[in-house]
Design a protein around this ligand. Structure first.
Ligand SMILES: Nc1ncnc2c1ncn2[C@@H]1O[C@H](COP(=O)(O)OP(=O)(O)OP(=O)(O)O)[C@@H](O)[C@H]1O
Length: 280
C-alpha cells in the first residue's frame, strides 16, 4: 500500500512552546484519517506543516511524494485545503467565489455542481458576508474540493454545522472517499471520527499517543463489556471480559430469552477521554 502522507520525527517549536514533539505518521492512499486531540495538542500545527503553510523545526515530511516546504503550483493543485478560519471575500457572492477559485485549478470541477454538493445552491447569489456561520463553513468546504484534489485536508470541518448539515457533510466526505480522495481531518467530534475515519490518531501534548481503527482504539473491541438485564427486582448489570459466558448463564437461568438484555463496550469517547487523561 502506498502512502499519501509520510511523517518521520516531526518537531515544531514556537518561541515559548513545543507544539509537535516527535510525530511519526503514515496516511495511506485513499484513506480517511482523523486526527483527534484536546485543544492545543498540536493538530492544526501538524496539518499546517503538511499543507505547506508552516515550516517545521525538524523531521521529514512527504505529501503526495513532495516535501510541502518545496511544493510547487502543480503540487498545490493536487491538494485541497479547508482551514479552520473562514476567508473573507467582501462583496462577492458564494457562486462568484467558487467560480473564481475554480480558475486556479487545471482540472476544476463545475462550480455549480460543487455548490450543490455542499448544499449552497439556494444561497449561491447571496454575498458571502451575509451567510450564516455554517453556510460560510460549507463555502470553505466548496473551495477545498473545487479543484478535485487527490488529498483533502479538513481542519474541524463541521464546527458550527447544525445536525442535518453535519449528516449531509458526512455523505459528501463518503462520496469523495469512494471516488478515491485521501482525506485527513481534525475533529473534536468523536461520532464524526467514528463514522468517517478508516483510522484515527490521538495527539496529546504534541505526541501521537495512539493510532488505530475507531473500533479497535484502546482495545475497545476486546476490553471489558457490561451485560445488562432486567431481573425480578429491577435492572441488573455485570462487568465481564467474557460476556458470551454471562449471557449463556443468564439464558439458562431464565429458561430462554433474557429480559432487557444489553451488552455495551466502552465508546470511542470513553477510550479517548481515558487516553488523554481527562479528569485525572
Ligand atoms: N503561531 C503560534 N505561535 C506560538 N505558539 C503557537 C502558535 N500556534 C500554536 N501555538 C501553540 O502550539 C500548541 C499547539 O497548537 P495547535 O493550534 O496546533 O493545537 P490544536 O491541537 O490544533 O488545538 P485546537 O484543538 O484548539 O485547535 C499550543 O500550545 C499553541 O498555544
Amino acid at each position: 500500500m502506498s502512502d499519501a502522507i509520510t511523517v518521520r520525527g516531526l518537531h515544531k517549536r514556537y518561541k515559548n512552546a513545543v507544539a509537535v514533539d516527535g510525530v511519526d505518521l503514515r496516511v495511506h492512499d485513499g484513506e480517511v484519517f482523523a486526527l483527534l486531540g484536546p485543544n492545543g495538542a498540536g493538530k492544526t500545527t501538524t496539518v499546517e506543516i503538511l499543507e505547506g503553510f508552516r515550516r517545521r523545526t525538524s523531521g521529514e515530511v512527504s505529501v503526495l511524494g513532495v516535501d510541502p516546504q518545496h511544493g510547487d503550483a502543480t503540487w498545490r493543485s493536487r491538494v485541497g485545503v479547508v482551514l479552520q478560519s473562514t476567508g473573507e471575500f467582501d462583496d462577492l457572492t458564494a457562486r462568484e467565489v467558487v467560480r473564481h477559485f475554480a480558475q486556479y485549478y487545471p482540472k476544476a470541477d463545475d462550480p455549480d455542481a460543487v455548490l450543490a454538493r455542499v448544499g449552497l445552491t439556494d444561497k449561491q447569489n447571496d454575498r458571502t458576508r451575509v451567510l450564516s456561520g455554517g453556510q460560510k463553513r460549507r463555502l470553505d468546504v466548496a473551495l477545498g474540493i473545487v479543484g478535485r484534489p487527490e488529498l483533502l485536508f479538513l481542519d474541524e470541518p463541521t464546527t458550527g454545522f447544525d445536525p442535518e448539515a453535519r449528516r449531509e457533510f458526512w455523505g459528501l466526505i463518503r462520496d469523495l472517499a469512494a471516488a478515491g480522495t485521501t482525506i485527513l481531518l481534525t475533529t473534536h467530534y468523536l461520532d464524526e471520527a467514528e463514522t468517517l475515519a478508516d483510522r484515527v490518531g490521538v495527539l496529546a501534548g504534541g505526541r501521537l499517543i495512539a493510532v488505530d481503527t475507531p473500533d479497535r482504539l484502546g482495545d475497545r473491541g476486546s476490553g471489558t463489556a457490561t451485560v445488562g438485564w432486567l431481573g425480578p427486582d429491577g435492572p441488573r448489570s455485570e462487568r465481564t471480559d467474557t460476556p458470551t459466558a454471562v449471557v449463556t448463564r443468564l439464558a439458562a437461568q431464565f429458561g430462554g430469552e433474557v429480559p432487557g438484555l444489553t451488552i455495551t463496550r466502552p465508546s470511542l469517547e470513553d477510550v479517548y477521554l481515558r487516553m488523554i487523561g481527562a479528569g485525572e
